[in-house]
Design a protein around this ligand. Sequence first.
Ligand SMILES: Cc1cc2nc3c(=O)[nH]c(=O)nc-3n(C[C@H](O)[C@H](O)[C@H](O)COP(=O)(O)OP(=O)(O)OC[C@H]3O[C@@H](n4cnc5c(N)ncnc54)[C@H](O)[C@@H]3O)c2cc1C
Length: 255
Amino acid sequence: MDRSQYTELTFLERVDFAEDLALFRMKAHDPVDFTPGQYATLGLIENGDDRPLLRPYSVGSSPGSTDLEFFIERVDDGALTPRLWNLVRGDEVWMRKKIVGRFVLDESQSHHVMAATVTGVAPYVSIVRAQREALEAGELDTRHRFLILHGGSRSWELGTYQDELSSLAQQVDWLDYVPTVSRPWEDPNWTGEVGRVEDVLRKHLDAAGFPPDDTAVYTCGHPKMIDKAQGIFERAGIEEEVIHEEKYFVERATS
Ligand SMILES: Cc1cc2nc3c(=O)[nH]c(=O)nc-3n(C[C@H](O)[C@H](O)[C@H](O)COP(=O)(O)OP(=O)(O)OC[C@H]3O[C@@H](n4cnc5c(N)ncnc54)[C@H](O)[C@@H]3O)c2cc1C
């Protein structure tokens, strides 16, 4: 194994949102640079393995920091995620030095409709945090306008991102955030939007009133939502070159 391709992160903490959903905080030795929206490749070496078991994870934090944040779902029979849940503070996590991916802000457009299932919000969080920081630092002339749709079965699955994005949306005029819950009967206090992301996407796309010739659309997370959203975007007349997607996995064939 060529160790020079990797950097070691220190696991700091896991913040649980549900039994199988959590925010992971890690610390790097040096500030980590990337374009918001990209993914890191994380891995663990255990039991004398000679190479880490690796998986890609979107980075939720903004670039240029030693603090890295990931929003991860545990797949109970998965190879890596159950091991991630066993990490204790101070453990070592491997990360490929190169943070990569093309799921980044489409700078050719200034309006952006972003749809996510649960953990798929991570790249949008990074993009929005980066814009907020750049605006606060006076480093940005043009501000992009965002509508983020974020779906989960129950509201707590959306984690602290729901509070962060809702509260930012109240403070600035360039962000709208719509959390939506598909199992409201299991979440009796929920008063927000109801349905899967793909069920409410067309309604919010139309309501946003974004100019069709200056809007990019994005989907991230569960492949089923992404496939359904693709059809909705096509029927809404959105050009293929401004439709961006990041599928987190391929669904297993059912027998
Ligand atoms: C570009 C990219 C970015 C990603 N970013 C994230 C992220 O930010 N957060 C995150 O949690 N995951 C993310 N993923 C998914 C992640 O890389 C792993 O696939 C996932 O964590 C499962 O890893 P595992 O080793 O535990 O399971 P594996 O052993 O790799 O998976 C076994 C099987 O489980 C199924 N599976 C995998 N993930 C899921 C899931 N979430 N729900 C249901 N079935 C699943 C697949 O069919 C897979 O074949 C991303 C994937 C890609 C391609």
